[in-house]
Design a protein around this ligand. Structure first.
Ligand code: T4K
Length: 369
């Protein structure tokens, strides 16, 4: 039997529970274009998360690209190099210039002082990431955005159902973009959404994700096809019924890792924050100098044992060919991000991961001591 442990596995509700949804789609013949399941999922997600408006998308990347379009962002946008390429790619797709700022070593999110130092007369927005679902310093970033008159768009791809000070983390910023990709805690196979507070902006987003159609004969913007289908929306409705169980199970895995990995010299964990209830979406560890082997030696030793963690995020976005000639991509400007990127391994974590499997991962780490 294949006993490979991947960095994640999707939560799969019982197949028979999906069949009634499929039957309804087959009976109704509406497969996409704002159908009944699409509408219902937007409503249900809004209620579940306690947020004003949800605009569903075919994936998180299209949602990011559209969020920047919807706010007519221009010029320079300050962002993090420590993320998945989609974060910065969404800027290039909008003909915007990414300006990289360094990150905070304890949260792996943008360092607010470094963001402020990067602001120029051309800056119009900040695009931070709640990396691994850890909240950015949302108060300080909002303050900066207010003082300098900047738009604030969060890449919240990892942050579904994270609570910060009793509220959904997704309620912060002008817009917040979440991913429902198969590898995420809440998945619709492929999918994503923009969370927004302003009804007019939601209308503009809806128009932009549907080619710019204002009505049958009027096209008011060069919109894109970003719509989520009825199949994916139905999967979301079914997932939502199980989401609390799925996230609680992930949190238990995270707790066990925390307990077993505490006090191993050279292994650093992300600190927990009393104001935050996390979603267990990732479990990064940082291999520091005192650990007897390097990050890559440990990573490949674990792979030999069929433990396929991932080095999220290595390399940095700023090291990729389409970004490395930007002045702020210089490694001296991003010293912390480089250190974190070369020390991280995200361990396997998913909702049906058993205690024995967690122990196997920990044992593989301990065997390098
Ligand atoms: N912003 C941020 C900060 C993001 O992290 C992402 C995506 C985005 C924006 C863009 O959102 P989307 O447009 O994707 O909605 C994965 C995901 O493809 C990607 O969604 C995610 N971030 C990123 C962090 O992880 P890969 O290249 O590592 O995926 P892959 O295919 O190697 O999958 C990882 C493991 O997951 C596999 O080894 C096994 C497991 N897996 C994967 C898939 C696809 C499954 O068990 N079943 C599956 O169907 O990027």
């Amino acid at each position: 039997m294949d006993d490979t442990l991947f960095v994640t596995r999707p939560f799969m509700p019982p197949l028979e529970d999906f069949l009634p949804y499929l039957e309804k789609i087959w009976e109704g013949g509406v497969l996409t274009n704002n159908g009944p399941f699409h509408h219902e999922l937007e409503e249900e997600l809004g209620k579940h998360l306690g947020v004003e408006h949800v605009a569903l998308f075919a994936n998180g990347t299209l949602a990011l690209v559209t969020a920047l379009q919807a706010l007519r962002v221009s010029g320079e946008v300050i962002t993090t190099p420590f993320s998945f390429p989609a974060t910065s790619h969404s800027l290039l797709w909008n003909n915007l210039t990414p300006i990289f700022a360094d990150i905070d070593p304890l949260t792996c999110n943008l360092d607010v002082a470094k963001v402020e130092a990067a602001i120029t007369p051309q800056t119009t927005a900040i695009l931070p990431v709640h990396c691994y679902g850890t909240p950015c310093n949302v108060e300080a970033l909002q303050n900066l955005a207010d003082v300098y008159g900047l738009m604030l768009i969060y890449d919240s791809a990892h942050a579904f159902d994270v609570k910060y000070k009793g509220q959904s983390l997704l309620s912060h910023g002008d817009l917040s973009v979440v991913s429902f990709h198969a590898t995420k805690v809440f998945n619709t196979f492929e999918g994503g959404a923009i969370i927004c507070r302003d009804e007019r902006i939601k209308r503009r987003i809806d128009l932009l994700k549907n080619f710019g159609f204002a009505n049958e004969t009027t096209v008011t913007a060069p919109g894109i096809n970003g719509k989520m289908s009825e199949f994916n929306s139905a999967l979301g409705l079914l997932q939502l019924k199980h989401i609390d169980t799925a996230i609680n199970a992930r949190r238990k895995v995270a707790d066990r890792y925390r307990k077993l990995l505490a006090h191993i010299p050279g292994i650093r964990l992300l600190p927990e924050h009393p104001d935050t209830i996390g979603n267990g979406s990732y479990f990064p560890i940082f291999i520091e100098e005192e650990f007897p082997v390097s990050r890559d030696e440990l990573y490949f030793a674990m792979r030999e044992k069929q433990i396929r963690g991932r080095r999220y995020f290595y390399p940095l976005i700023s090291e990729m060919p389409m970004y490395r000639n930007i002045a702020t991509a210089d490694s001296e400007n991003l010293a912390v991000a480089h250190r974190i990127s070369s020390s991280v391994i995200c361990l396997p974590i998913y909702s049906d991961m058993g205690e024995g499997q967690v122990d196997r991962v920990v044992e593989a780490i301990r065997s390098s001591l």
